[in-house]
Design a protein around this ligand. Structure first.
Ligand code: NAD
Ligand code: DAU
Length: 341
């Protein structure tokens, strides 16, 4: 009998990449629990799996049946939305995670042999760096946005359940992901979409904030490695050693889109529009993932130049996906709150 993996948020950007990776490489049963918010699309999952459309805050151990592992992705994930709607983030990210921990404890009936609760988290819990240095697994938590505060809180609940009840857990904290199927509210897909459509590119502040970018399939591979070989109770940082100032990354995107569309170089430079900075905008994130490399042998497989080329090409080839995911409820919500984009 193959093992059963419960994946939450598996219809989203990273969760679907993980399910696709898992089932391409391993024999197991997957049950995905996902509320299908504006960011989730069942079609992102390429395999036939069991699917429960439900809010993680409302799940019960009875309806889930037996399962061996949980890999928990489900979250409200966009920092800008957390600034306008912080309570949604507390609900899903904090209460939802605590609910799942409780459900796992009940479902496993305190017999934790061979079980695992894998919590997918973010480097944003560590706060912001200055010009130098890296986040390590020992960096003290210092979240600044409602999103990062809610993720930090969820990490604390995971550790509390491990310490208090002996629940077998592992946490990974990853840097910024990019790749196909990312909702176009995040920098890379939003800007690709706007360059294609000759719309302004809203650069926050001076565009000098720095992010450390990792291809989503490399994140999925890292989770697979930690899931199979990670030490119980431990934390692993995942990152690409690939820092980019926003404005430099934006210029690469402009150049790539223009070239792939056969436009003259420099055509879309005029779209760059400096706008009011994000409130509480963290200056720089940079992950030291040497523990993951040293202990479990993972490192990114894709060079950034290749990854961004593939990503731009994917969005150009999948305009129907972009159109469908930005219609319906999303359109109404965003027209109200973000009509400058
Ligand atoms: P996403 O917004 O693309 O997808 C989130 C998924 O969770 C969607 O399918 C959505 O329908 C589902 N969901 C949201 N609220 C839910 C609820 N209450 N109940 C059930 N399902 C719900 O997010 P993502 O970018 O794929 O991020 C996945 C996880 O990875 C998150 O926990 C996020 O904090 C973390 N993370 C993301 C990044 C990044 O760069 N995107 C980096 C590091 C960590
Ligand atoms: O570091 C990991 C985190 O990365 C994840 O935990 C989050 O879920 C994910 O959304 C991401 O957060 P960021 O806030 O870094 O990503 P975002 O794509 O929103 O923004 C990247 C940078 O670009 C950031 O410095 C803000 C800036 N930006 C973003 C948008 C959407 C702009 O200048 N203009 C924009 O319109």
């Amino acid at each position: 009998m193959s093992k059963k993996v419960l994946v939450t948020g598996g219809a989203g950007f990273i969760g679907s990449a993980f399910i696709n990776h898992l089932l391409d490489n391993f024999q197991c049963q997957v049950l995905c629990v996902d509320k299908l918010t504006y960011a989730g699309r069942k079609e992102n999952i390429k395999h036939n799996i069991d699917f429960l459309e439900k809010d993680i805050c409302d799940v019960t151990s009875d309806e889930l049946g037996d399962f061996d592992y949980i890999v928990h992705f489900a979250a409200e994930s966009h920092v800008d939305r957390s600034i306008t709607e912080p309570l949604e983030f507390i609900k899903t990210n904090v209460l939802g995670t605590a609910t799942l921990l409780q459900v796992a404890k009940e479902a496993w009936k305190h017999d934790f042999e061979g079980k695992l609760f894998y919590h997918v988290s973010t480097d944003e819990v560590y706060g912001s760096l200055g010009e130098e240095g890296f986040f390590t697994e020992e960096t003290a938590y210092d979240p600044h946005s409602p999103y990062s505060a809610s993720k930090a809180s969820s990490d604390h609940f995971v550790r509390a359940f491990a310490d208090t009840y002996g629940l077998p857990t592992v946490i990974s904290n990853c840097s910024n992901n990019y790749g196909s199927y990312q909702f176009p509210e995040k920098l890379i897909p939003l800007f690709i979409k706007n360059i294609v459509n000759n719309k302004p590119l809203p650069v926050y502040g001076k565009g000098e904030n720095v992010r450390d970018w990792l291809f989503v399939n490399d994140h999925a591979r890292a989770i697979d490695v930690i899931f199979h070989k990670g030490k119980l109770g431990d934390t692993y940082n995942i990152g690409g050693f690939n820092e980019w100032k926003n404005i430099d990354l934006i210029k690469v995107m402009i150049k790539t889109v223009d070239r792939l569309l056969g436009r003259e170089e420099g055509t879309s430079d005029k779209l760059i529009t400096y706008v009011t900075d994000r409130a509480g905008h963290d200056l720089r994130y940079a992950i030291d993932s040497s523990k993951l490399k040293g202990e479990l042998g993972w490192e990114p497989s894709l060079q950034f130049e290749e990854g961004i080329e593939k990503t731009v090409a994917w969005y150009l080839d999948n305009s129907e996906w972009l159109e469908s995911i930005t219609s319906g409820a999303y359109k109404v919500y965003y027209a109200k709150n973000y009509n400058n984009k």
